[in-house]
Design a protein around this ligand. Structure first.
Ligand code: NAP
Length: 327
């Protein structure tokens, strides 16, 4: 696999960002674009040229020369789109949140494992270089044993009420759109699932959550305090607090810096500017896995995606947010 041939499924907002990310990788090729409409695929190609444009997702999945498919469709379509690709023998990177719920995630994982194919949730933030430094600090217990994590991800949504971000039928809501980031962050820090998760949420007129606060308790007594919103802009800051100090990551969802503040010492700030637009890092990690013959990425393992989805299911259960077909 000298150059890895990517296919992009869906031609919306994030597909364009991902294509731009691929552009900065010398060993990646945007080979094919698949859309529900040929016109969308060709319009996408005006900005991000590919060799093939397909007018159906199935036609894209059937192309024998595609090495890996990046799925950038609405949340409600992820499961079917992942299965379509896996059933045609394709490796898959699928946007977050992985699927609508735990049952769907369990199904796609089962099929990927049965077929021995690569599959990963596109939790792109984990792959930024600054997180390697944060992990080193954590492993060295630079702030002592971690006691608490706090993280928030909120923004003010612009757009019509039928927007996918608030459509119940599209798997919308703040939790699904951005809440998955702080939950995934806490999971990354603690390397385990919480024993208890509770939350409160305000609901939008469509029935999805639009502002919520969540508290998580871990088996060894640590806690996480998280929040998310699609109607309120927040700092998007993450803090990891140990009994000797704190690590602060400003804008943790697109992190380029982190500050280590140990009690009694001068704070140290490290900066790792992003190369490319940031989406290139997860793409590079996927390609490294494919070249190594791996079917999972250690930085975003499938069982962890499943555990995160189970936490989101529990929060939605508490809030009464039910997607069509879940009853
Ligand atoms: N990683 C990140 O930073 C990030 C940021 C934003 C979104 N996301 C995730 O990426 C996914 C897509 O988000 P987006 O903002 O790119 O959405 P979007 O702009 O609405 O694009 C979604 C695309 O999916 C395709 N699609 C398939 N079935 C559809 C349907 N029934 N209705 C509408 N479009 C449909 C369409 O492409 P065709 O017309 O070509 O088929 C559409 O352009 C979501 O899962 C979201 O959570 C991730």
């Amino acid at each position: 696999m000298a150059t890895i041939k990517w296919a992009i499924m869906g031609t919306g907002t994030i597909a364009k960002s991902f294509a731009q990310g691929l552009d900065s990788l010398a060993d990646a090729e945007l080979y094919a674009v698949g859309s529900r409409y040929l016109q969308h695929a060709e319009q996408f190609g005006e900005r991000f040229p590919a060799q093939k444009y397909y007018c159906s997702y199935e036609a894209l999945a059937c192309d024998p020369d595609v090495d890996v498919v990046y799925i950038a469709t609405p949340n409600s379509a992820h499961k079917d789109n992942i299965l379509l690709c896996l059933n045609h023998g394709k490796s898959v990177l699928c946007e977050k949140p992985f699927t609508l719920n735990r049952h769907e995630t369990a199904e796609v994982i089962r099929v990927a494992r049965e077929k021995n194919l690569f599959l990963m949730e596109g939790m792109w933030t984990r792959f930024f270089p600054v997180y390697r430094q944060v992990r080193e600090w954590l492993d060295a217990e630079a702030i002592g044993p971690v006691r608490m994590v706090s993280a928030d991800f909120g923004f003010r949504r612009e757009g019509p009420a039928e927007d996918r971000k608030v459509g119940l039928h599209r798997g919308g809501g703040a939790l699904m759109d951005v809440g998955v980031y702080p939950i995934s962050f806490a999971s990354w820090v603690f390397r385990q699932a919480p024993s208890t998760i509770t939350g409160v949420a305000s609901l939008y007129e469509t029935g999805v959550d639009d502002l919520s606060a969540m508290t998580l308790l871990y088996p060894d007594g640590q806690v996480a305090v998280l929040s998310c919103s699609i109607n309120t802009p927040t700092q998007k800051e993450a803090r990891i607090i140990g009994n000797k100090g704190t690590i602060v990551i400003p804008e943790f969802s697109k992190a380029i810096s982190a500050t280590l503040a140990v009690i009694g010492e001068a704070p140290v700030t490290v900066t790792f500017p992003l190369e490319g637009n940031g989406y290139n890092y997860q793409a590079a990690a996927v390609m490294a896995c494919l070249r190594a013959g791996k079917t999972e990425c250690e930085l975003m393992p499938l069982d962890e995606s499943l555990a995160i989805m189970a936490q989101m299911d529990e929060l939605r259960r508490q809030w009464g947010v039910v997607f069509p077909g879940e009853r």
